[in-house]
Design a protein around this ligand. Structure first.
Ligand code: UGA
Length: 455
């Protein structure tokens, strides 16, 4: 099939390359000419494991092309995915849907035949319906542009796998109980290789799918996505709130998380206590969800997310406070190695990164913070040009009074504490992600401290 993907960030570029991997002809579109030029050469402008390989393969095979030209896109495809960003609006909590709207207002008048818009961006509930109204207004006479919603659940670091082997496929349409529309059929046709992977002919004929498929209305599909992210954020903040109690009571939050996580109803994943969540999704999504609930008159429903947000932001301050305490009450003149800058491992994304945030706060408190990250140094330098940077973990630890693990990259977990001891000035390690082998560090002479580990 021929399709186009608007937006070539983590979501759009991954989706475009993955659709080509499924055998479709794909055109990626972005307003950023520099980004498009790099992608067209087969280069991924950010770090995402596995993506460079499939992108290059399909740029070379000719299945995947990139352009900044909307008219070319309108001519090329009849299935248009929206994967542009919906950042937090400046000055308030709501999501900025300008880029999503721009796709429809630019594309609709250029269409010469009926087509489908598939929204994948995370949007406030009601957006799809609004886009449908805009599409109805803007398409030429006799042309129908149908809006369907298909939220994306990919995680950075696993984006390709999550796209090609999703847990579930959710499709929102205007009327889920009616006969399938053109839009619904075209989308399911595009996902056919995913939906029927490994099925026998009989299973296929019986309407079974290899990946669970949920067809619902537009509003539910939009809400599924923000609810999923709000739940994940709540789970992380729950364990971080319990972590505060553990500190006060002299208990160990990691053992507690293991124990409650064994209950299948709870599950251990996303109970990783530490510096909390950051990135381009969870923080802004819970805020946008609250803002939208307020607009809909359901103000009280999500006020707990304010607390989820507050618990999360408090982690960063608490980490800095722990650093101050371990240094005897002041950081002035001290040297602190901050290992990690990305908001999570296997990513170079520093948007709302707890790691970089604490590096900035340490520096404000008079410490000389030296940051190292295996992938996010370039992005970090751009955002925080005044921090110190090193080009290796041990380089950052050179002369450090204090070592902080702020992102749980595998190479930090595997660090040999004796090598760190050989270059550092002090013998204190703060494990911001509860990821280090504690005994190993203690055996090497380090004082080991972490949030939520009262003992
Ligand atoms: C998140 C969701 O997990 C995806 O399902 C969703 O598609 C995506 O947002 C999105 O909306 O696009 P992502 O932002 O890539 O994905 O990262 P996560 O793996 O969810 O981690 C988010 C943050 O939570 C990270 O800063 C991570 O360090 C932190 N975290 C995660 C914890 O502090 N503790 C945990 O136990 C797990």
């Amino acid at each position: 099939m021929r399709m186009a993907v608007f937006g070539t960030g983590y979501l759009g570029a991954t989706h475009a390359a993955s659709m080509a991997e499924l055998g479709h002809e794909v055109l990626g579109i972005d307003v950023d000419e520099a980004k498009i030029a790099r992608l067209a050469k087969g280069e991924v402008p950010f770090f995402e494991p596995g993506l460079p390989e499939i992108l290059r393969r399909h740029v070379d095979s000719g299945l995947l092309r990139f352009t900044t030209d909307y008219s070319e896109a309108a001519e090329f495809a009849d299935l248009f995915f929206i994967g542009v960003g919906t950042p937090q609006r400046k000055g308030d909590f709501a999501a900025d849907t300008t880029y999503v709207e721009a796709v429809v207002t630019e594309l609709a008048p250029r269409l010469t035949r009926s087509a489908v818009i598939v929204g994948k961006s995370t949007v406030p509930v009601g957006t799809a319906q609004r886009l449908q109204e805009a599409a109805d207004r803007l398409t030429p006479e006799g042309v129908r542009l149908e809006v369907v919603w298909n939220p994306e659940f990919l995680r950075e670091g696993y984006a390709v796998k999550d796209t090609l082997e999703p847990d579930r496929v959710v499709v929102g349409v205007a009327n889920p109980d009616a006969e399938p529309t053109f839009g619904r059929e075209r989308l399911l046709e595009a996902y056919e290789p995913i939906l029927s992977a490994g099925l026998t002919d009989e299973q296929r004929e019986a309407g079974e799918t290899a990946t669970p498929l949920i067809i619902t209305d537009l509003a539910t599909a939009e809400l599924v996505k923000v609810s999923a992210n709000a739940f994940l954020a709540t789970k992380i903040s729950f364990i971080n709130a319990v972590s505060e109690v553990c500190e006060a009571a002299g208990a160990d939050v990691t053992v507690l998380a293991d124990a409650i996580g064994m209950d299948k109803r709870i599950g251990r994943r996303f109970l990783g206590a530490g510096l909390g969540f950051g990135g381009g999704c969870l923080p802004k999504d819970i805020r946008a969800f609250m803002a939208r609930a307020g607009e809909l008159g359901a103000d009280q429903a999500l006020t707990f997310l304010r607390e989820v947000d507050a618990i999360n932001m408090r982690r960063r301050e608490k980490m800095v406070q722990l650093a101050v305490d371990t240094m005897g009450g002041s950081l002035i003149g001290s040297s602190v190695a901050v290992l990690g800058a990305a908001f999570k491992p296997d990513s170079d994304d520093v948007r709302d990164s707890p790691a970089l945030n604490i590096a900035g706060m340490l520096s404000l408190k008079g410490a000389q913070a030296v940051v190292f990250d295996p992938q996010a140094l370039e992005n970090s330098r751009r955002l925080y040009p005044t921090l110190g940077y090193a080009d290796s973990a041990l380089g950052a630890c050179e002369g450090a009074d204090l070592v902080i693990i702020a992102t749980e990259w595998k190479e930090f977990v595997a660090l040999d504490p004796r090598e760190v001891a050989a270059v550092a000035r002090g013998r204190i390690v703060l494990d911001g992600r509860n990821c280090l082998p504690r005994e190993r560090w203690e055996d090497a002479g380090f004082e080991y401290r972490a949030l939520g580990r009262g003992r």
